[in-house]
Ligand binder design. Sequence first.
Ligand SMILES: *[C@@H]1O[C@H](CO)[C@@H](O)[C@H](O)[C@H]1NC(C)=O
Ligand SMILES: *[C@@H]1O[C@H](CO)[C@@H](O)[C@H](O)[C@H]1NC(C)=O
Ligand SMILES: *[C@@H]1O[C@H](CO)[C@@H](O)[C@H](O)[C@H]1NC(C)=O
Ligand SMILES: *[C@@H]1O[C@H](CO)[C@@H](O)[C@H](O)[C@H]1NC(C)=O
Ligand SMILES: *[C@@H]1O[C@H](CO)[C@@H](O)[C@H](O)[C@H]1NC(C)=O
Ligand SMILES: *[C@@H]1O[C@H](CO)[C@@H](O)[C@H](O)[C@H]1NC(C)=O
Ligand SMILES: *[C@@H]1O[C@H](CO)[C@@H](O)[C@H](O)[C@H]1NC(C)=O
Ligand SMILES: *[C@@H]1O[C@H](CO)[C@@H](O)[C@H](O)[C@H]1NC(C)=O
Ligand SMILES: *[C@@H]1O[C@H](CO)[C@@H](O)[C@H](O)[C@H]1NC(C)=O
Ligand SMILES: *[C@@H]1O[C@H](CO)[C@@H](O)[C@H](O)[C@H]1NC(C)=O
Length: 493
Amino acid sequence: MLSLSTTALLAALPAVLAQTSSSETVLGVYMFHRHGDRTPKVFAPTNLTDLGYREVYTSGQYYRSRYIDDTATFRIEGISPDMVNENQIQASAPVDNVLQNSAAGFLQALYPPVGAGADTETLGNGTVVTAPMNGFQLIPVNTVESGSGSENDAWLQSTSSCYKSELSSNEYFVTSAYNDTLSSTREFYQKLLPIISQAGFNASTATFDNAYLIFDYLNVGRIHNATIPHSNLLTPEVVTQIYGLAATQQWNLAYNASETIRAVGGATLGSQVVQFLNATVASAGSLTGGKFAVQFGAYGSFSSFFGLADLIAINDGFTGITNYASSMVWEMFTNTSAPVTASNYPSTKDIYVRFLYSNGTATDATPPIQYPLFGTNQMEFQWDDFVSRMNRFSIGTTGQWCSACGNTTGICEPYADSAGSGSSSSTTDDGRSGGCSNGISPAVNGVIGAMVTLAVVLGLEGLAMLVFGLRVVSKKRLRGGNGAAGGNGEAKL
Ligand SMILES: *[C@@H]1O[C@H](CO)[C@@H](O)[C@H](O)[C@H]1NC(C)=O
Ligand SMILES: *[C@@H]1O[C@H](CO)[C@@H](O)[C@H](O)[C@H]1NC(C)=O
Ligand SMILES: *[C@@H]1O[C@H](CO)[C@@H](O)[C@H](O)[C@H]1NC(C)=O
Ligand SMILES: *[C@@H]1O[C@H](CO)[C@@H](O)[C@H](O)[C@H]1NC(C)=O
Ligand SMILES: *[C@@H]1O[C@H](CO)[C@@H](O)[C@H](O)[C@H]1NC(C)=O
Ligand SMILES: *[C@@H]1O[C@H](CO)[C@@H](O)[C@H](O)[C@H]1NC(C)=O
Ligand SMILES: *[C@@H]1O[C@H](CO)[C@@H](O)[C@H](O)[C@H]1NC(C)=O
Ligand SMILES: *[C@@H]1O[C@H](CO)[C@@H](O)[C@H](O)[C@H]1NC(C)=O
Ligand SMILES: *[C@@H]1O[C@H](CO)[C@@H](O)[C@H](O)[C@H]1NC(C)=O
Ligand SMILES: *[C@@H]1O[C@H](CO)[C@@H](O)[C@H](O)[C@H]1NC(C)=O
């Protein structure tokens, strides 16, 4: 009993002391976070390394000192500083060992063990029980549907599970830009064979097709291996080019200005941000809503969001692959001078949102940087304005998702009938919503075939997932062509 009231006191005190230095009050935060350092995808299943654990833990420490603890620089109004209040914190990650473990590592630092004194409980019969591990705090990590298995999967877009998004990404493989790069870099990749053959690449698979896998394998090797055979081939220029090619390929798979459905990861994230922060505002009267949410996910969602929110207009760097343990943050705050209380919660016209991004582990020395969004010069958006701008590309409900993705089975079955007419303003390819087969070019089908072949050729441990992912695409493609179009037979495809 004693320990409980001590805890309550600990929780209450700092809230009173907070925000003395600034008239600004942070009301809620949504964060999207990449995993830390991991093993290479070619040797799936991937695992978070000690280094990766350290990275996400360090990021957690930084954000604790920014948002949570008594002396936090941007302390979130009313957040429990030491002992986690599960109503206030929401953590999520797809079903994926690297991402789930990254989330757990981050949370350990966000709310460290409560320590001696606060880690005991007195039972009804007088027995005092001490919690394990110095009062280690257990915080559940919920699963999100999209992105499962992404760290084992070379074909990241398949983990979106969105039919039209996969289709759109695949279209990149039949552009002349892709073709040109494939042929102009053939020799470059062949020269890497002495190094990458250890990972199973051979003359037919050492190409731009595998730009990301090759980059990933060498990147991990350069971090972890004291010696790399034939490392003389890895001159700084070559290393830069390996990265640049992978980044080009992955960017084009994640975002395309004329087919926003390709960026479905960013579109669903946009909605998650708005819904979470909106719920914080909606619970104003009681201040019981969530205050801090963190979702772990793959670099592809960063790219998708960067594209949709027009961050590339500011800086070309946003087309790069974000580093391990990167984080994007949406901070919702008010700058009204009156203290924020349940009965005196700011009205939405006095609530603003700003966006910050850390390209790699956030620390005091390398804090996240604030960027303007939506192709404007604006660093802060009034809440209603923020919501309406995010909603221009967000996909929030299952119905919207099914319609935009053109999925009609499984969770989408209830929405299948309206899939053709319920066009979402966030997609530019509504013409295909009816499953009309003219959206599916035979050429693309050929590329799918090529990709399957590629995966088979690679034939590495763990690439079964890649093969499987691609086969699914191709099979569903057939169904899309037959199904809703009604009349277009299999023959066409
Ligand atoms: C990851 O861990 C699993 C078991 O924990 C192991 O089988 C696998 O080989 C590890 N992967 C790598 C690349 O070390
Ligand atoms: C008190 O209750 C706990 C949990 O039920 C039990 O393990 C313990 O033996 C009890 N102690 C005494 C002195 O009865
Ligand atoms: C968008 O994708 C299409 C093919 O799907 C391609 O022709 C076009 O060049 C892409 N746009 C950009 C800006 O990459
Ligand atoms: C790409 O190259 C293939 C053959 O390698 C060719 O069939 C296809 O037409 C080319 N596509 C474009 C858009 O250049
Ligand atoms: C790094 O070392 C691991 C383990 O010995 C090995 O499997 C891998 O091929 C090496 N990577 C490179 C790029 O040499
Ligand atoms: C915000 O929440 C309120 C109350 O739950 C709801 O009526 C409103 O539609 C939500 N707005 C958005 C943009 O989600
Ligand atoms: C993040 O870092 C990577 C690698 O250092 C770089 O290529 C990329 O452009 C950076 N992204 C941004 C937005 O600066
Ligand atoms: C609050 O911040 C917004 C956005 O930066 C600004 O336009 C407004 O003037 C500020 N209000 C006060 C009271 O400081
Ligand atoms: C490349 O390796 C795969 C097995 O991993 C093999 O099936 C294929 O024939 C090889 N290709 C060449 C050109 O050696
Ligand atoms: C949507 O369709 C794609 C391709 O047909 C499929 O791989 C994916 O599992 C579907 N997603 C859901 C949620 O049913």
